[in-house]
Design a protein around this ligand. Structure first.
Ligand code: G3P
Length: 213
């Protein structure tokens, strides 16, 4: 399973890269807006740090404008993956960008039929949002499992990128369901290795070491 970081913050990206865990980056307009400044320059800086897929999302909502914006974003770096919302216009833009050889990540996916459609059209990644579904009392893991089954039934190459992850159990369950990628907010990377028995065990080992003969 690949781990991407879900942020546009360069310091956080560098910090997690130093943990040796980073395979790529996802951003969205909310995350990019938090950083401010010029979006193209921000994406270019992220691509210099991470030699892997970096999702940059369009903000246009009409297909031809999405295509234009997507082509511009893709010209920033070979690492850029254009992120598009899974709307009728987004899917139309996807088909044009796929024709142009540009990799796309289809975002805001909340049901398996959306995942089926974007795979048929040739998305490189599909991003089911798990946490946001759980937030409204729906079973995100059932949705993810259904996406996996559909993709396996038809040998789709589209990679399932589990997004909107809130806690370590989401990462574990996404791995159990066979998601290809998990994108984690920075704080979640730190939580992955937390266990009180690890801390207690280490404390005891070090205390015993001090008492050695
Ligand atoms: O970037 C896409 C997704 O991971 C956003 O997650 O936490 O805003 O629901 P969240």
């Amino acid at each position: 399973m690949k781990f991407f970081i879900d942020t546009a913050n360069l310091d956080e990206i560098k910090r997690v890269k130093d943990m040796g865990l980073l395979d790529g980056v996802t951003t969205n307009p909310t995350l990019a807006a938090k950083e401010g400044g010029d979006f193209r320059k921000l994406i270019a800086s992220i691509c210099e740090v991470v030699q892997g897929p970096v999702s940059a999302e369009v903000v246009a909502t009409e297909a031809s404008k999405m295509v234009q914006e997507g082509k511009d974003l893709a010209s920033i770096s070979e690492h850029v993956v254009v992120k598009l919302p899974t709307t009728p216009d987004g899917v139309k833009a996807l088909s044009k960008l796929v024709e142009a050889g540009i990799r796309c990540n289809m975002t805001l996916v909340f049901q398996p039929i959306q995942a089926l459609v974007v795979a048929k059209v040739g998305a490189t990644y599909v991003s089911p949002f798990l946490g946001r579904l759980d937030d409204i009392g729906q079973d995100s893991m059932h949705m993810l499992q259904s996406c996996r089954t559909i993709y396996d039934n038809y040998d789709f190459d589209t990679q399932i990128l589990a997004a909107s992850l809130r806690h370590p159990l989401h990462v574990v369950q996404a791995a159990e369901m066979g998601a290809d990628v998990a994108t984690l907010p920075p704080a979640l990377f730190d939580k992955l290795l937390n266990h009180p028995l690890t801390d207690i065990g280490l404390e005891k080992f070090l205390a015993d070491w001090q008492k050695r003969a």
